[in-house]
Design a protein around this ligand. Structure first.
Ligand code: HEM
Length: 501
């Protein structure tokens, strides 16, 4: 009778518990030797999880910083984290010690979906990563190429305008859904070309959405890497491998299509996949660019450029609805620039300073990546008089930094005019304004993203007057957030667009 009470699962549980307890005691013995940053107290096994529950992580860490200061330490399961919430310390991490903190921590999604950490976003820094950065800077995101994608942006905007027009100025449309589709199609056409982007378009788009969900979700197994079997038990690993398989099969088809046609360097229909396949043939990089690397970089484009852009459009429209005077001013600027034409051309939207300020202010208040992308400490080092041991993950809370009252007047207000005179230039490393991160891992897609953002916004502001669905007042529009891979609106944004003129 007694032996039946000690079942195999309870023995296994006791064994795991003791194993983790031993590891915790061992690690805490070691950590006493360093002056570690302050932080909330930890429970065995779960670490600081109880301090972080009940509020979105960027907000909770922002508040904890008021107690512990701008550098604080916390623990989730087996993983140690450092949170940074001041521009001065962001400079230390992203500039002074840039090399030490330029690595990304290994994540399950990156291992199982992104070709065993072969993507640019998640590859550890080193020769492989720096060659991929070169590939971006010199081949994929040159000014000439981004300008060359003007046709794709125009088509995407035109399509969007038609979809909104179809609602005849009366029916509400889900801007959240439309924006995600536009962002996806822009990347798909730039990456795969017109024909390639239509191969299994729906499945690829669905897989991307599933990927955003999986990569951004809070998965307990990520915090207990020594218990790798958890991923098998919960089915998470299988889901990730399933998406990888789907992506891989579709990309194989698209690659085959590309290999069976001849496109020369500089041809107007040369897409980003063509460029990479050409560089592979020419052996132009200092690393062998194998097919897995190419596919992983293609996924980088979707991962880095789809959800981020769509979210910012959503937040911009949210803020403009809540601030009708700012909306009017932006529409006046666009309508003057377009000057009665039936379509908005890229050349019309180059100089829209007020719209540019609106984009910056929205990126400040609603950065799609509130923590930029986590970094990994490669070598024990000193920051602000504290030791950051090797292996700690560093998250820079850009959301909190861009609300720092020392840098920003009335930080919670939406005031595009604060950017008048351009004191915070996008892309220039400025540690008060970090929507695109900083240092050597700063976002390589800034120009691509900003040109898409501007084109679509100019079009929808030009062609429509905007309001909330019947009976809802601007001040009733919520700004509730949800934190996944990016910081999105919790509720879909439904708007009514009445055609202008
Ligand atoms: C509004 C749009 C965008 C925002 C707010 C944004 C933001 C960011 C941030 C915060 C990072 C992390 C930087 C760091 O660790 O310091 C990043 C990295 C990256 N972004 Fe973007 N991004 C945007 C658009 C794009 C686009 C359009 C692409 C490509 C088509 C792209 C591709 C990437 C890639 C490949 C990385 C990884 C760079 C590396 O690890 O070396 N992003 N982005």
């Amino acid at each position: 009778m007694e032996t039946s009470q000690l079942s195999i699962p309870s023995l296994l549980f006791t064994f795991i518990f003791l194993l983790l307890l031993f590891k915790i005691l061992w690690n805490s013995r070691k950590s006493r030797a360093h002056k570690l940053p302050p932080g909330p107290w930890n429970l065995p096994i779960v670490g600081s999880m109880h301090h972080l529950a009940g509020e979105l992580l960027h907000r909770r860490l922002h508040r904890l910083a008021m107690t512990f200061g701008p550098i604080l330490r916390f623990k989730l399961g087996e993983i140690n984290f450092i949170s940074i919430t001041s521009p001065e310390l962001a400079r230390e991490i992203l500039k002074t010690h840039d090399k030490i903190f330029a690595c990304r921590p290994p994540l399950m999604s990156s291992t199982y979906i992104l070709y065993n950490n072969s993507s640019l976003v998640f590859s550890p820094c080193g020769k492989y990563w720096s060659e991929l950065r070169k590939l971006c800077a010199m081949n994929l995101f040159t000014n000439k190429r981004i300008k060359g994608f003007g046709q794709i942006r125009q088509e995407a905007s035109r399509n969007l305008v038609e979809r909104i027009r179809a609602a005849e100025g009366t029916l509400p449309v889900s801007m959240s859904e439309l924006f995600l589709e536009v962002a996806y199609l822009t990347i798909a056409k730039a990456a795969f070309g017109k024909d390639g982007s239509s191969v299994h378009q729906k499945s690829f788009f669905t897989a991307c959405k599933e990927f955003f969900k999986l990569a951004g979700g809070f998965h307990l197994q990520e915090f207990f890497p020594s218990l790798g079997f958890l991923g098998d038990f919960t089915g998470l690993k299988a889901r990730m491998k399933g998406i990888h398989k789907l992506f891989d099969a579709i990309m194989n088809e698209v690659i085959e299509m590309h290999q069976s046609r001849t496109v020369n360097e500089g041809d107007p229909d040369e897409d980003l996949l063509d460029v990479m396949l050409r560089l592979q043939r020419e052996g132009a990089l200092d690393i062998p660019l194998n097919m897995d690397s190419i596919k992983a970089v293609v996924l980088d484009l979707f991962l880095g450029g789809t959800e981020t852009t769509a979210i910012i459009w959503e937040w911009i429209m949210t803020e403009l609805i809540r601030h009708p005077d700012i909306m009017k001013k932006a529409q006046l600027e666009v309508r003057n620039a377009v000057n009665g034409k039936t379509i908005v051309e890229e050349s019309d939207v180059h100089t829209l300073p007020y719209l540019n300020m609106i984009i910056k202010e929205s990126l400040r208040l609603h950065p799609p990546g509130p923590f930029i992308v986590p970094r990994y400490c490669q070598e024990t080092c000193e920051v602000a008089g504290y030791t950051i041991p090797v292996g700690y993950r560093v998250i820079i809370n850009a959301w909190s930094i861009m609300r720092n009252p020392k840098s920003w007047d009335e930080p919670e207000s939406f005031r595009p005019e604060r950017f008048e005179g351009n004191p915070f230039d996008i892309g220039v490393t400025n540690f008060d304004f970090l929507p695109f991160g900083g240092g050597r891992r700063i976002c390589p897609g800034i120009s691509f993203g900003i040109t898409s953002l501007t084109n679509v916004l100019a079009n929808i502001l030009y062609h429509f007057d905007w309001k909330l669905p019947e009976g809802k007042k601007p001040e009733e529009l919520d700004s509730d957030e949800i934190l996944g891979l990016s910081l999105t609106r919790k509720n879909e944004l439904w708007l009514v667009g009445t055609p202008y003129k």
